[in-house]
Design a protein around this ligand. Structure first.
Ligand code: 26W
Length: 768
C-alpha cells in the first residue's frame, strides 16, 4: 500500500475532529488508536472493494470461533506500512507501541479458533478467496485472574477500545427465525489483509438485535405472548462465547448461537447468488463451505431448508448441499462430539429438524446399514455423523489424527466412503508467529536468505548451511527476548525470573489430556531432588505455564491451584529458588503467546499419545527456534519427521502402547514401585499445600482411584518424561543444543498455514 505521511496524518486529524472532537495534541490513547486504525481503513477501502468483486469460486469458512488477537500491528505489517506508521506517529511525538494495551479480540477458546484466524490470514496472503463467517460475541473468552491460587473469571469487554477494524453492514441484515422468536442478524465485516499483495478478504461476524425497535406498548401491557420481551432478549444470543474447549454443553443458548450464525450466513449468500441471476443448482460451482468442527453443522439442514423454500425438491437440495459442504474434525475426545436432544432441536427449529430427518431417511434409502450408520438415534441428533454423511470431504488435522479417525473414531464411515477422508495438517501464519513477534530474528534470517520465506516458508531450509554462522545472533536474540519476557512477567505477575535460567514453557488450554499435571509432577521431582541433595548442579530453570480452564471444569481448575501452590513453595524456598522458579501467568492470550514463544528454550507438548489432534502451539515454538519436549502425538510426529527426532526430546507411550495398556492399566503398579512418585502424589493430600476447598484431594483421587484411575497415563509416562526432560535441561547451553533449536526453525516450512490453505484448496475447495 502506498503511504504518504502528510496525508495520513491529515486523515488521522480529520477523524479525530469528526469522531472525537479533539486533535492530535489533545487526543488520548483510545482516540488516537481509533483514528489511526480508521485512517488505515480509509486507505484500504478500494482494495477491499476490488477483492470482493473478484470472479471465481469462493469458500466460506464457517466457525463458531475466530481467535484473532490484536489486529493493528498485523494489519500494518501486512499492508506493508508498519514502519511508515511508526515513523509518522513518532513525528508527532507518539509511540506506536502504546497500542499494545489494546484488547485482544478473543472470540475463541484455543486451537480451533486460532487456526481459523491463521487460515484467514494465510488465504488472503496466498490470494485464495476465503471468507470467515461467525458470531460477534459481545464478550469474548473470559479474563482470568488468580485469587489465592484459584482461577477466577471476569468478563472480557473486548470492545472497550472500540472496534475500528469492523464495519457494520446494515444493508445486509437478515432475519433468523426460531419457533419462539424472530431475530435480526446484522453483519460486521472485518478486512483480512493479505501480506503485501493487495488482497483483502472478509471476516463477517453476525450480531443479534431485536427485529423492531423496542415495542413499549407491548412491554408495558405484557400483552399476549412475550414477543416484546423476547425482542428484549434477542441481543442475548451473541452475548458471550461459550468458554468450553473440548466438552460439549447441551445448552439451548448454544444451539441458538449455532443456528443464528449459519442461518444468517447462508441466507445472505443465497440471496446474493439469486440476485446475480444465477441458477441455484449451480451454487456449488460458485461456493463451498468449510465446517470448522461440528459447531456450524446446522448449516447443512439450513441450506437444504432454504433451497426447499425456493421450490427445490429434497433430493435436489441435498445434492447441492453435498456438493458444497466439507467438514473438519478437531478432536477425538468423545465428550467433545456434539449431540443434540431431538426434543430440544425439533422444538426450537422444527423445519430444520425436518431436513435432518430427510437426511436420515436418505441415508436409509442409500442402503446404509442402520446399526452402523445413523444421524438420528435414540432421541439424539449426532452432528458429526450428519456432517460426514452430507459432506464431500472430511479431514483430520494431522497425519496421526486422520489415521485415528479412519481406524477408530469414524471407522464405519471410512469403510463406506474411503475417498471422502483426507488429511490436512494444520499450520500457522509465519507473519504473526515470526515476523511480527520476533522481528530481530526475522531480520537475521532476511540477511542470510532474503525475504522469500515470508510467503514461502519452505525456503527456511536454505538457512541450514548458515546455522553455525548465525548461532551467535540466534543466542543473543533469544537472550534479549527472554529478558523482555522476564520484565513483562515481573510487571504483570510480580514474579522474578532470572533471564539466564532455562525457560521451559507449557502454554495451551488446561485439560487433563494435555497433562499439565505431568509437568507439575516433574517440577516436584526436581524440587525434592535438589532439596535433598540427590540432584546436584541442577541447571537453573524457570517453569512457565499459561492456560485457562473452562469455568466448569473442576479438575482443570484444581491443576491450576496445584501449580500455583508449587510455585509458592519453590519460589519461596531460599535454596531451591536459586536454581528453580515456577510461574503460572494470568490471563494467557494470543498477545501473551507472542511474547512467550519467542523466548522459550523448551516447548512442552506432552499430551497422552492419540489425544491431541494436532497442536499448533508446537509449530509456533518450532518456528521461533525451540526444541520440543513431547510425546509422539498430533503434529509432534510430523515435527520430528521434518526436523529429526534427534533434534527434539521425545518420550512416553506411543498410540499403540496406549491402546495396548489402557484397559488393563493400574497406576498403583507403578506408584508402588516408585517411591519418588508416591511422595509427589502424597503432597496432594498430606498438607504440604493448603487445600481448604479439597480440590487437591480430588486430583489425588483422579489419579489413584475411581472408575478409571489415571485415565491419561500420567504415572505411566512419568519415569520416561523425567529421564528425557533431565537430558534436555543438561544439554542446554551447549552449541549443540542451540543448533538443535535452530535446525527446528529451518525445518518449520511444512507448518506454514499457507501450505495448509493451499492443500485445502487443491484437495477440497478448488477455489479462486
Ligand atoms: C462443544 C465444545 C467444544 C469446543 C471446542 C468441543 C470441541 C472444541 C474444539 C474442537 C477443541 C479444539 O480447539 N481442538 C483443537 O483444535 C486444534 C486445531 O485443529 C488442534 O491443533 C488441537 O490439537 C485440538 O485440541
Amino acid at each position: 500500500m502506498k503511504f504518504n505521511r502528510k496525508e495520513f496524518l491529515q486523515d488521522v486529524e480529520r477523524i479525530l475532529h469528526a469522531d472525537f472532537k479533539c486533535d492530535l495534541k489533545s487526543a488520548g490513547k483510545k482516540e488516537l488508536y481509533n483514528a489511526v486504525s480508521k485512517a488505515v481503513m480509509l486507505e484500504a477501502y478500494p482494495a477491499w472493494a476490488a477483492s470482493k468483486e473478484a470472479a471465481g469460486k469462493r469458500c466460506g469458512y464457517f466457525s463458531a470461533e475466530f481467535l484473532m488477537g490484536r489486529a493493528i500491528f498485523n494489519n500494518l505489517l501486512n499492508l506493508g506500512i508498519l514502519e511508515e506508521v511508526k515513523g509518522a506517529l513518532a513525528s508527532v511525538g507518539e509511540d506506536l507501541s502504546q497500542f499494545e494495551e489494546v484488547e485482544d479480540a478473543a472470540l475463541g477458546n484455543g486451537g480451533l479458533g486460532r487456526l481459523a484466524a491463521c487460515y484467514l490470514e494465510s488465504a488472503a496472503s496466498t490470494n485464495l478467496p476465503l471468507d470467515g463467517y461467525g458470531i460477534r460475541y459481545r464478550y469474548g473468552l473470559f479474563r482470568q485472574v488468580f485469587e489465592d491460587g484459584y482461577q477466577k473469571e471476569e468478563g472480557d469487554d473486548w470492545l472497550r477500545w472500540g472496534d475500528p477494524w469492523s464495519v457494520r453492514v446494515e444493508r445486509d441484515a437478515c432475519i433468523v427465525r426460531f419457533s419462539d422468536m424472530d431475530i435480526l442478524a446484522v453483519p460486521y465485516d472485518m478486512p483480512i489483509f493479505g501480506y503485501k499483495n493487495g488482497v483483502v478478504n472478509t471476516l463477517r461476524l453476525w450480531s443479534s438485535e431485536p427485529v423492531r425497535a423496542f415495542d413499549f406498548e407491548l412491554f408495558d401491557t405484557m400483552k399476549g405472548d412475550s414477543k416484546a420481551v423476547d425482542n428484549f432478549n434477542a441481543t442475548k444470543i451473541c452475548d458471550v462465547l461459550y468458554p468450553n474447549d473440548n466438552t460439549m454443553v447441551g445448552k439451548l443458548l448454544r444451539l441458538r448461537q449455532q443456528y443464528f450464525m449459519v442461518s444468517a450466513s447462508l441466507q445472505d449468500i443465497v440471496r446474493k447468488f439469486k440476485a446475480a441471476g444465477k441458477d441455484l443448482h449451480t451454487l456449488p460451482e460458485a461456493y463451498c463451505f468449510q465446517l470448522n468442527d461440528t459447531h456450524p453443522v446446522l448449516a447443512i439442514p439450513e441450506l437444504i431448508r432454504i433451497l426447499r423454500c425456493e421450490g427445490l425438491s429434497f433430493d435436489e437440495a441435498f445434492e447441492i448441499a453435498r456438493g458444497a459442504f466439507n467438514f473438519t474434525n478437531h478432536t477425538i475426545m468423545a465428550e467433545a462430539l456434539e449431540r443434540w436432544d431431538v426434543l430440544a432441536l425439533s422444538d426450537l427449529l422444527p423445519s430444520v429438524y425436518e431436513q435432518i430427518l430427510g437426511c436420515q431417511e436418505r441415508l436409509e434409502r442409500e442402503g446404509l446399514d442402520r446399526d452402523r450408520f445413523f444421524i438420528v438415534r435414540d432421541g439424539t441428533v449426532h452432528m458429526a455423523n450428519l456432517a460426514i454423511f452430507v459432506s464431500s470431504k472430511v479431514n483430520g488435522v494431522a497425519e496421526i489424527h486422520t489415521n485415528i479417525l479412519k481406524t477408530e473414531t469414524f471407522r464405519n464411515w471410512y469403510e463406506q466412503y474411503p475417498e471422502k477422508f483426507v488429511n490436512i495438517t494444520n499450520g500457522i501464519t509465519p507473519r504473526r508467529w515470526l515476523l511480527l513477534n520476533n522481528p530481530e530474528l526475522a531480520k537475521v534470517i532476511d540477511g542470510k536468505i532474503g525475504e522469500g520465506w515470508h510467503t514461502d516458508l519452505k525456503q527456511l531450509a536454505s538457512l541450514r548451511p548458515f546455522v553455525d554462522e548465525i548461532l551467535p545472533d540466534f543466542k543473543r536474540i533469544k537472550g534479549e527476548n527472554k529478558q523482555k519476557l522476564a520484565a513483562y512477567i515481573k510487571e504483570r505477575e510480580g514474579v522474578d525470573i532470572p533471564p539466564h535460567f532455562i525457560f521451559d514453557v507449557q502454554i495451551k488450554r488446561l485439560h487433563e489430556y494435555k497433562r499439565q499435571l505431568l509437568n507439575a509432577f516433574s517440577i516436584l521431582h526436581f524440587y525434592f531432588g535438589v532439596k535433598d541433595g540427590r540432584i546436584t548442579d541442577f541447571p537453573p530453570t524457570a517453569f512457565i505455564f499459561g492456560a485457562k480452564a473452562a469455568p466448569g471444569y473442576y479438575m482443570a481448575k484444581a491443576v491450576i491451584k496445584f501449580i500455583n501452590e508449587i510455585a509458592k513453595l519453590v519460589n519461596g524456598d531460599e535454596d531451591v529458588s536459586k536454581v528453580m522458579r515456577v510461574v503460572f501467568v494470568q490471563d494467557y492470550d494470543v498477545s501473551y503467546a507472542e511474547k512467550l514463544v519467542c523466548a522459550a528454550d523448551a516447548s512442552e507438548q506432552i499430551s497422552t499419545a492419540g489425544m491431541e489432534a494436532s497442536g499448533t502451539g508446537n509449530m509456533k515454538f518450532m518456528l521461533n527456534g525451540t526444541v520440543t519436549l513431547g510425546t509422539m502425538d498430533g503434529a509432534n510426529v510430523e515435527i520430528c519427521e521434518e526436523a529429526g527426532r534427534e533434534n527434539n526430546y521425545i518420550f512416553g507411550a506411543t498410540v499403540d502402547e496406549v491402546n495396548a495398556v489402557k484397559h488393563s492399566y493400574n497406576p498403583w503398579d507403578i506408584i508402588n514401585r516408585t517411591p519418588e512418585l508416591s511422595r509427589i502424589l502424597n503432597t496432594l493430600v498430606d498438607g504440604t499445600f493448603s487445600d481448604e476447598r479439597g480440590v487437591l484431594k480430588r486430583l489425588y483421587e483422579s489419579i489413584t482411584g475411581g472408575y478409571e484411575p489415571d485415565r491419561y497415563l500420567v504415572c505411566y509416562d512419568f519415569a520416561d518424561y523425567i529421564r528425557v526432560k533431565e537430558a534436555l535441561l543438561r544439554d542446554y547451553g551447549s552449541d549443540e543444543f542451540f543448533k538443535k533449536s535452530l535446525l527446528n526453525l529451518c525445518a518449520a516450512g511444512k507448518f506454514s498455514a499457507d501450505r495448509s490453505v493451499r492443500d485445502y484448496s487443491d484437495l477440497i475447495w478448488h477455489i479462486g
